[in-house]
Design a protein around this ligand. Structure first.
Ligand SMILES: [Zn+2]
Length: 108
């Protein structure tokens, strides 16, 4: 089994799950964690980022069974907003509000 941690981003996790299923990889999502049965997943993950135009994201291999999918660049420099709970970055304040809701917390 391989675990892909989407850095608390449940939306990209679901997208990745669907992408993997469309490519014949059985996958399931647990919150922001995508769990797949296959081991040789790195290439598919890179294809996913490429095909969904997520050039700011990076796949980092933690160990044999764990990957981390997250944004890596120093985003504040580009006018991004960063979630103070998990460090996830978005390009607008509105997106940040939507993202925060994913933590199950209402911030008004
Ligand atoms: Zn967050």
């Amino acid at each position: 089994m391989t675990f892909i941690d989407c850095a608390k981003d449940g939306k990209i996790a679901l997208e990745l799950e669907n992408y993997l299923k469309n490519h014949g990889v059985s996958a399931k999502t647990d919150e922001s964690m995508v769990i797949v049965n296959e081991c040789n997943i790195e290439q598919v993950l890179n294809d996913f980022l490429k095909e969904t135009n997520r050039s700011a994201y990076n796949i980092r291999k933690i160990d044999f069974t764990n990957f981390l999918l997250s944004k890596e660049i120093p985003i504040e420099d580009f006018g991004f907003f960063r979630c103070e709970m998990c460090g996830y970055a978005v390009s607008s304040e509105e997106e940040l509000l939507v993202h925060r809701r994913a933590h199950g917390i209402q911030l008004l």
